[in-house]
Each structure stands twice: as structure tokens, then as C-alpha cells.
Design a protein around this ligand. Structure first.
Ligand SMILES: Nc1ncnc2c1ncn2[C@@H]1O[C@H](COP(=O)(O)OP(=O)(O)O)[C@@H](O)[C@H]1O
Ligand SMILES: [Mg+2]
Length: 352
């Protein structure tokens, strides 16, 4: 195999784990990230220190790399499209476009025949009031763009919750009001599509969030095999519709009757797929590297039950305890400063 160089836009922990997986397969990696000594650059061959949309930096990335990928979904679509004229960019920029805006994303998911929560675009306080009235006063108001870890959201639980000032409270930017889904549990599926169109899906994980941030992903999820099949089929439809290459993470709400409602998709490796590095022979990170470099996809079968737990902020202090436990894989992200809500690492505990 000839060694190739992979460009990665974004320098966080996902880029770090991609760079580590790439190195094991003899690939070089170049990280584009404005922050020097970022988590990804510590593990990569080199870093270009510049903004994600800096034309000179993108030109340099195209020149130095055989393929470019990204580790976060807010890469400017224009930058990805320009880059794609000079070098293959995977996942395709269309996936960024569909995932960056919750309204576009929901319409696209529905067009693929997959249900989502009902929704209304909200571009004013008056829109919010009309939309809330339509949903009986309940709903989740979200910024259409740039939300993550539950940021940029407001929940309306009943018509007793006043809508007043809701539009301004989220910054008077384009919003979406989603109907409130009374889910039984949340699951996600990590899937990959290769350059040859082959698809590999990991088993769905069951996710628990705390303060809007993923806390644990548990395998297996407490869902029926039928529900797992529905998740896999939804992933296959989305991947095919996007002409996708790489790993995608798709979040779903599971209802008490076992049916699924898609929540959102991330065109990248996903926090709820970190367990794959401990419980599968080929992790989501290696799978992504394989996909974007045209290698055959790896077997996604899970050899162990497990729980992945994020180490957020001061959770990092528990690392010495985790290190004393059997069957626990500790993974730290090289961040020197711990702050509340900051993802510092994760552990995966294998059960059998
Ligand atoms: N329509 C909804 N109904 C009920 N709960 C929701 C809804 N949308 C989001 N949530 C809750 O908020 C969490 C974060 O929302 P999500 O859309 O996934 O945004 P983020 O991009 O911040 O992950 C979800 O994991 C879920 O627990
Ligand atoms: Mg989410």
C-alpha cells in the first residue's frame, strides 16, 4: 500500500482519534486548525495553523493531501466545495450542507422516508407563538445552526410555559420549533459507506445525556431486533441518498411502541461511537479512515457488551480509579485545562 496523506479539518478529540487510527495504517495526517497544539495535532504528522475557511491554508491542504476529511460539521460548505475542486473531500460537502441546518436536515430526512418530530421554522416571535399553539404549547425550540451539547435550545413543557421573549432569548437568529417527543430511550447508530458503496453498521447504542451532554453509551441498547433493523435501514437510506463516503452518526428517539424518530445526523465520527474502539476489532475511527482512503470497510461486529462513559470536566480526577479496574479502556484527549462541560476523555468498560 502506498502511504497517503489525509487532511483533517478540525483539531479536537475526534480529529485526534482519527489521526491515531490513520497512523496505524501508515497514513500521514495534516490538521487544519487555528488553535496551536490542539488535541489532534499532538497525534498528527503536521498542523496548518489557520482558520477553517482561510483560502491559502485550504490551498496548502489540497496540495499536501491526497484526500481531505473533517471532524466537525460546521466546516463552511463553500470552503469544502472549493477544496473539492482540487482534492477529494469525504464525506461529500452535500452532507455538511444537510447537517448544518436543523430545518434542511429534517426536510432531507423526511424526503428519505424517515420520520422526525414535527417542526416549524421560526423567524420571529410571532412565528414562535403560532408554532407553539400548533403543538399545544409543547415543543423544543432550537437554533437552526451551530447548536451542540444541548446549547441553543429551550424546552416548552406545557401551555403554562410563557412563549414571551423566546425568540430573542435564543439570539433572534433562525430557529426551529420541534414537537416534543415523549421518547422511551435515545439510541444512535454509527454507520459507514465505502468508496465502492459498501455499507457497514455498528450495533445501535443507547445514550443517556446529562446537562445536554452525552454521559453514557451502552451496548446492547434495550431495543428489539426489529427496532435495530429499522435504525440500520434508515442509516442505509441516508448514506445512499447522500452518496456518502465515511462514517456518520445518526441519533434517534425510540418510542414506547418500538418505533423510531430520527433526531439528527452528524457527518463524522460521533461521541456515541467511541465504544467501538474497545468492543470491535475495527473502531469507527479506523472505519472512517478506511472509507475515505478507499480501503475495504472493516467488520463492525461487536465482540463485547460495554458502556462508554464521557469524562467531563472534573471527571478527569477519576482516572486513577478507572486505571485500577479490569476491562476498562481509558482514553484521554491531551487537554491540559479542565473546565466544566469540557470533554476531557472517556472510558469504555467491557462487560463480557
Ligand atoms: N423534539 C424533542 N423532543 C424531546 N426531546 C428532545 C427533542 N429534541 C431534542 N431533545 C433532547 O435534547 C437533546 C439534545 O438535542 P439535539 O437535537 O440532539 O441537539 P444537540 O445538537 O445539542 O445534540 C436530545 O438528545 C434529547 O434528549
Ligand atoms: Mg444530539
Amino acid at each position: 500500500m502506498t502511504a497517503k496523506t489525509i487532511g483533517i479539518i478540525g483539531g479536537g478529540q475526534l480529529g485526534r482519534m482519527l489521526a491515531m487510527a490513520a497512523a496505524r495504517l501508515n497514513f500521514q495526517t495534516v490538521i487544519l486548525e487555528p488553535q496551536a497544539d490542539c488535541p489532534a495535532a499532538q497525534m498528527a504528522s503536521d498542523q496548518i495553523i489557520a482558520a477553517y475557511d482561510d483560502p491559502a491554508a485550504l490551498a496548502e491542504l489540497a496540495k499536501r493531501c491526497d484526500v481531505v476529511t473533517y471532524e466537525f460539521e460546521n466546516v463552511p460548505v463553500i470552503a469544502a466545495e472549493e477544496l473539492a475542486k482540487d482534492v477529494p473531500v469525504y464525506p461529500p460537502p452535500k452532507a455538511l450542507e444537510m447537517a448544518q441546518d436543523r430545518l434542511t436536515e429534517k426536510r432531507f430526512i423526511n424526503d428519505c422516508g424517515i420520520s422526525t418530530a414535527r417542526f416549524h421554522a421560526v423567524d420571529s416571535q410571532a412565528d414562535l407563538e403560532v408554532a407553539l399553539a400548533d403543538f399545544g404549547g409543547q415543543g423544543v425550540l432550537k437554533t437552526r445552526r451551530l447548536g451542540y451539547d444541548g446549547k441553543g435550545q429551550r424546552v416548552y413543557r406545557s401551555s403554562a410555559d410563557s412563549a414571551e421573549g423566546g425568540y430573542a432569548a435564543l439570539g433572534s437568529v433562525p430557529l426551529i420549533l420541534e414537537s416534543f417527543v415523549s421518547f422511551e430511550r435515545e439510541i444512535s447508530i454509527i454507520a459507514a459507506r465505502g468508496l465502492d458503496g459498501a455499507i457497514a453498521c455498528y450495533d445501535p447504542a443507547e445514550n443517556i445525556h446529562r446537562d445536554g451532554i452525552l454521559h453514557t453509551s451502552t451496548l446492547p441498547a434495550s431495543i428489539s431486533t426489529e427496532t435495530a433493523t429499522v435504525a440500520r435501514e434508515a442509516a442505509e437510506k441516508l448514506l445512499a441518498a447522500l452518496g456518502y463516503v465515511g462514517v456518520i452518526g445518526i441519533e434517534f428517539f425510540a418510542l414506547p411502541d418500538g418505533s423510531l424518530i430520527a433526531n439528527e445526523m452528524a457527518p463524522r465520527v460521533h461521541n456515541s461511537g467511541h465504544w467501538t474502539e474497545a468492543a470491535c476489532v475495527v473502531s469507527q475511527f479506523e472505519q472512517h479512515i478506511r472509507a475515505v482512503t478507499g480501503l475495504p470497510l472493516g467488520n463492525p461486529v461487536r465482540h463485547s457488551d460495554c458502556v462508554m462513559q464521557n469524562l467531563i470536566g472534573d471527571d478527569i480526577l477519576s482516572v486513577p480509579d478507572w486505571l485500577r479496574q479490569d476491562n476498562v479502556l481509558v482514553h484521554l484527549y491531551g487537554k491540559t485545562e479542565s473546565r466544566p462541560g469540557r470533554k476531557m476523555g472517556h472510558i469504555t468498560q467491557l462487560h463480557r
